[in-house]
Design a protein around this ligand. Structure first.
Ligand code: SAM
Length: 241
């Protein structure tokens, strides 16, 4: 069973959080996550530098439409910060993501890959932004439209269902270093995706998932494979091979 990383572990940071200063708590939780996932494979001083990049908002801007705030995992809340931070720490050559929507999480990850100076993100999404709750303004753009051209040199986006595309993509790439699930959060689909990529994961590969609280799949999968990891109190989780 994965431990839960929560504010209760960081009472001083929690006090700051209550006074409106969220950063200290988020920083402490990210460093704790890196300790669990990366162990001796990351440098604390480098990790602190990556946290400063987040504080400064040091990112290549995303494509925008005036007056529209896009939903998605960007580094202004804990899980989006964690995504950027852990990709900076892990520096994967090969990473797969399922679930792109407008491209906000892809943009976050690609900014980290861009700063790493190496690596490629392979993303899968259904075409046409078909998820109603993720497209409240009914934008007619294609999935991933928010990712700017500068970041696309590190990106391959495939349109179709993960059931159809993920087995072929995983087999083609092999040696996957990070897998991130954020597509259909049904138990069956999450188990399907985790089990599909598992044989192609590198030693020390990371499995990251948004919305692990929605069903038992992440806990069942990680305990079934005896993986160590964690989940944030609400929202996402991550495990290491
Ligand atoms: C929660 S949104 C992704 C949000 C994105 N990761 C972010 O943080 O900006 C879920 C996305 O999963 C896609 N999706 C749903 N079912 C899918 C499936 N079976 N295969 C591939 N993509 C799927 C939807 O089209 C939608 O764009």
């Amino acid at each position: 069973m994965s431990p839960i990383i929560s504010f209760l572990d960081h009472p001083l940071a929690m006090l700051n959080f209550v006074m409106g200063k969220k950063d200290m708590l988020h920083d402490a939780m990210m460093l704790r996550a890196a300790n669990i996932l990366m162990k001796e494979r990351y440098s604390r001083s480098e990790a602190e530098k990556y946290i400063q990049e987040i504080h400064k908002g040091d990112f290549i801007p995303m494509n925008r439409i005036e007056g529209v705030t896009l939903p998605g995992n960007r580094p202004d809340h804990l899980f989006g910060k964690f995504l950027y931070f852990i990709i900076r720490c892990a520096k994967p050559e090969v990473m797969i993501e399922t679930g792109v929507a407008h491209g906000v999480s892809s943009w976050t990850i690609l900014n980290a890959i861009h700063k790493n100076g190496k690596g490629k993100l392979y993303s899968i999404d259904l075409p046409n932004l078909d998820l109603k709750s993720y497209n409240p303004q009914n934008l007619s753009q294609q999935s991933g439209w928010a990712v700017p051209d500068t970041l696309r040199q590190h990106w391959e986006l495939q349109l179709g269902s993960s059931q159809e595309l993920l087995p072929k993509l995983a087999a083609r790439l092999g040696k996957i270093e990070v897998f991130f699930h954020d597509s259909d959060h049904s138990y069956e689909n999450m188990m399907f995706e985790f089990n599909t990529v598992f044989p192609f994961l590198n030693p020390n590969a990371l499995i990251i998932s948004d919305d692990v609280h929605k069903n038992e799949s992440f806990r069942h999968f990680t305990s079934g494979k005896n993986l160590s990891g964690f989940q944030f109190l609400t929202k996402g989780g991550a495990a290491v091979l």
